[in-house]
Structure formats: structure tokens, C-alpha cells
Ligand binder design. Structure first.
Ligand SMILES: Cc1cc2nc3c(=O)[nH]c(=O)nc-3n(C[C@H](O)[C@H](O)[C@H](O)COP(=O)(O)O)c2cc1C
Length: 468
């Protein structure tokens, strides 16, 4: 197994203060677009808080053989964490302008350059700009060609982890997927095995800023650690990645994304009460307590329709990104135990206010079977297939659209993880499913899209291997 931690050795290491303040805005409020209170902190504490609630190690697990391994705030397929967090800063209080790489194993920042090596990325103005990269072969080791999709889904999760933590701290984010890959790589100078995937600008009055440093750029770079003695080559992934690259800066044609052609559902979902937003647990606690359930308690305990409705409302909120116009993802639900809904398969209407039933009867065996025989999809209260309209994405954004569909699916998954956790439930993202069987079972024509992600929500089986 490759090392899940990339380090850039030989560069100055800057401390991110331990135990930064907890963003205490209720999690459901943040998930519904309400910003947190402005923290009064310096630059290093601000960065520490942002990363502690989006990308840091949050707990560890002991395997039956006694091996202890780290789990992080952002989930990742196989816990392999192909996503690396790089960030440029300018004008932060008590924090030198420069380019950094986050070192989660020590909650520190590796200073790869001083000055303003990436000004062009931020349009010259955002005080913090993240560039999320994928280290694909860390994932290829386990998943082969399919790893490319998992890397893209993981980026979607990491993006939302950052965006929501920033919002809980009173900031806004904007994600840019449409950039020339090689040019951004030249600004960032990562090891050649890391590919820039998404740029996330963080702005807002709560960021502690001062005058910018006037200094010249000084490069330290750093020597990237080798994450395994044997590299795993995957030429097909290199080809797919190359095909989705852009050569120039360009504004994506968001308006070119035609509306989703399918209509609304006939079963109305109850609107969630705004009073419920204020009573959910603090965002900071929910973000760090979030875990993937290994399995769910089957049995009789059901979730309420109001809980399902609240989770779907959060999933359907618009995204702040240059590729986010008409959504490309449509949710199909395998309902097992939701009060007030007959077991069956449902499709969420494009207006997201209603469900349309497309199959009736017990779906537990089908949901588990389609999810590569993973029991958790049958023991959950509800499981999902996320169907991505890849054709519509390609018409709007060319081959680059393939990435955006997966980013959107990962981002929806991340919101559902946190909403489920905030409501006292648990969740698990599932990249493992039988694609063609899902299409057949849901009667999908190629024009209706392809399955890109599975998900399950229910009551988790307690996991005794987790540490506090
Ligand atoms: C894109 C993606 C795909 C995943 N696929 C599966 C899966 O098929 N089955 C499963 O049990 N867990 C799956 N997971 C959950 C991961 O195993 C889990 O996130 C990882 O072990 C870290 O645990 P944590 O989420 O509790 O931090 C997936 C997670 C992601 C983000």
C-alpha cells in the first residue's frame, strides 16, 4: 500500500496552532447556506481552523492485526486519500505570503515558496486560494482503471469539506474547474505524479488580512517523498486524464448546459422547518465526528420522511463553481425503511420538491446486489444511485465535463454525509457497483445518463475499532 501522506521535504515547516476554535454554527444551518460568525483570530489560527475542519486527521482505527491508521475529516475511497491540499496565501495577518502544502500527519504547512508565485490563479485578489491535486497512482494500486473516477469523486468531497468549513467560519468559496492544466502545474510545481484538479478561492470579511508582503518570490520547492518503492503504471488513466485537459484559460459555457429534461415527481416531500436548522449539532463537531458506516443496523428502525426531505434539500442546493449551472446528477433512491414511503425505487424530481416512484416492493436485495454485493446498501434505511448526465456535460464542456459530473456527485455525497451525521444518522459513499446492471435495473437509456456513485444512509453498526 502506498504511503497515504505526501510530504515536501527540506522546506520550512510552519505550525498551525493546535485546537483551533470550533465553528459552532449549527451544521444544518451551514448546510442550508447560512454563514457562521466571524472568528477573531490571526492568520495561522484561521488557516488551522479551516484545515482542522476540512482536511485534518480526525481519529484513528485499529485493524484486527493491531495496525493503527488515521482517518480524516474528508472521506476517501479505500481511505487512500489521493487528494493533496496546496494553497496560496496573500495578505494574511501574521502569516507570510506564499505557497504551502498541507501536511495532515502533523497539522503543519510546508512552505514551498515565499511571495506571490500564484497571483495569476487568484485573479490577484483572494487572500487564500487552494489547488486540490490528485495523486492518482496512490489509488490505482488498489482500484486499477476505475481509480480515475474515485479520484474525481474524492475531489468533490474535499471541495465541499473546504467550502462548508469556510462557510461555517463566515467565508465564501468559489471553485474553478476550467483552467489550463499544464499552466497551473507550472505555477504550483508539484511532483509530476500530482495533477491539479480544482482551484478553490476563499474570500470573506472574516479572513484576518493586512497589507500584502512586497517581497520577491523565493522558491524552496521541496523534495516530494516517494509514496511507494514500486510505481503502479496505468496508461489508460493517463490517456483519460490527457483527454480531459484544457490548454487555455477560458470561461466555461455554463449557459450551454441545457436543463435536465425529466420532470418533477408526484409524491411531495415535506418542507423542513427552519426552526430545526438551529437545533442541530455544531458544524465543527459534525465535521470531525463524520464517519463512514461499515454497515447499518437492519431490522425495523426507520428514518422519518422529514429527515429524508432535509437531506435531499441539502443535496440539491446550488454549487458555487464555474461549471455549476444546471445539475448533471439525478438521484435515484432505493427506499427500504422511511416512514410514510412504501419500499420501492424513486427518482427525485428535477425541481427536487417531489419523488416519482419507478418500482415498488422490497429493494434490499437489489440495492445490495447492485452495490457489488455490499450488505450495507440493503441494511441502510435508504440507498442511492447517482446518475450523471455525461452526454449533457460533454455537450456543455467537452471532455472536461467528465470531471465535473464526478465532482458534483462527490460534493453531493459530502453534503449528505454531514446532513446524515447532523440528524443522528450515518452514511457511506460507495464507489463499488455494477454499472451495467444498475442501468438495466433502473431502465436507463444511454440518454438518461450513467451511474457514477452509490450512497447509503441509515443507523450505523457501532465500530469498536474507532478511537476517540
Ligand atoms: C468515492 C468514495 C467511494 C467509496 N466507496 C466505498 C465502498 O464502495 N464501500 C465502502 O464500504 N466504503 C466506501 N467508501 C468509504 C471509505 O472507505 C471511507 O471514506 C474511508 O475508509 C475513510 O473512512 P471515513 O469516511 O470514516 O473517514 C468510499 C468513499 C468515497 C469517498
Amino acid at each position: 500500500m502506498p504511503d497515504p501522506f505526501r510530504h515536501y521535504e527540506g522546506v520550512p515547516l510552519l505550525d498551525l496552532p493546535a485546537n483551533p476554535p470550533v465553528p459552532d454554527m449549527p451544521a444544518l444551518a451551514v448546510l442550508n447556506g447560512i454563514s457562521g460568525i466571524r472568528p477573531r483570530v490571526d492568520g495561522s489560527t484561521f488557516l488551522s481552523q479551516l484545515l482542522f475542519y476540512s482536511a485534518a486527521i480526525s481519529t484513528s482505527k485499529r485493524s484486527p492485526t493491531g495496525y493503527r491508521y488515521a482517518l480524516r475529516v474528508n472521506p476517501s475511497s479505500g481511505n487512500l486519500h489521493p487528494t493533496e491540499f496546496h494553497f496560496f496565501t496573500q495578505g494574511l495577518n501574521d502569516w507570510p505570503d506564499g505557497l504551502y502544502h498541507y501536511r495532515p500527519s502533523a497539522h503543519m504547512a510546508e512552505q514551498r515558496a515565499l511571495g506571490h508565485p500564484g497571483l495569476k490563479l487568484a485573479g490577484g485578489s483572494a487572500p487564500i486560494v487552494f489547488v486540490l491535486t490528485s495523486l492518482a497512482w496512490r489509488e490505482v494500486w488498489k482500484y486499477g482503471d476505475r481509480a480515475y473516477r474515485y479520484c474525481l469523486l474524492d475531489i468533490g468531497h474535499a471541495w465541499q469539506a473546504l467550502a462548508l468549513a469556510a462557510r461555517a467560519m463566515g467565508c465564501d468559496t468559489f471553485a474553478t474547474g476550467h483552467f489550463p492544466d499544464d499552466e497551473v502545474a507550472q505555477l504550483l510545481r508539484p511532483h509530476e505524479d500530482e495533477w491539479p484538479m480544482l482551484i478553490v478561492e476563499v474570500r470573506g470579511a472574516s479572513i484576518p488580512v493586512c497589507e500584502q508582503d512586497a517581497r520577491e518570490t523565493v522558491w524552496y520547492g521541496g523534495k516530494a517523498n516517494q509514496i511507494s518503492a514500486d510505481t503502479t503504471a496505468c496508461s489508460r488513466i493517463d490517456v483519460i486524464h490527457e483527454a480531459t485537459k484544457l490548454r487555455h484559460w477560458a470561461t466555461p459555457r455554463i449557459s450551454a448546459a441545457e436543463p435536465d429534461p425529466t420532470g418533477s415527481g408526484e409524491i411531495n416531500l415535506p418542507p423542513h422547518a427552519s426552526s430545526s436548522l438551529a437545533v442541530s449539532r455544531a458544524f465543527g463537531d459534525v465535521a470531525r465526528m463524520r464517519r463512514s458506516a461499515l454497515n447499518f443496523l437492519g431490522g425495523m428502525q426507520s428514518m422519518s420522511l422529514a429527515q429524508l426531505s432535509a437531506i435531499l434539500a441539502v443535496a440539491a442546493r446550488p454549487f458555487s463553481a464555474d461549471f455549476a449551472g444546471e445539475p448533471f446528477i439525478r438521484l435515484y433512491l432505493y427506499v427500504h425503511r422511511v416512514d410514510g414511503l412504501q419500499p420501492g425505487v424513486y427518482r427525485l424530481g428535477s425541481d427536487t420538491a417531489g419523488l416519482e416512484q419507478i418500482r415498488s416492493g422490497d429493494q434490499r436485495v437489489a440495492a445490495a446486489g447492485l452495490s457489488l454485493a455490499q450488505e450495507l446498501a440493503g441494511n441502510a434505511c435508504v440507498a442511492f444511485s447517482m446518475i450523471g448526465d455525461l452526454d449533457r456535460a460533454a455537450r456543455a464542456h467537452g471532455d472536461r465535463g467528465y470531471r465535473y459530473v464526478h465532482f458534483e456527485a462527490g460534493a453531493i455525497g459530502h453534503r449528505m454525509y454531514l446532513a446524515a451525521e447532523a440528524l443522528g444518522l450515518g452514511a457511506t459513499g460507495m464507489g463499488a457497483f455494477y454499472d451495467e446492471e444498475v442501468h438495466r435495473y433502473l431502465n436507463l437509456t444511454p440518454e438518461q445518463g450513467q451511474v457514477v456513485y452509490h450512497f447509503a444512509i441509515g443507523y450505523p453498526v457501532p465500530d469498536s475499532r474507532l478511537s476517540a
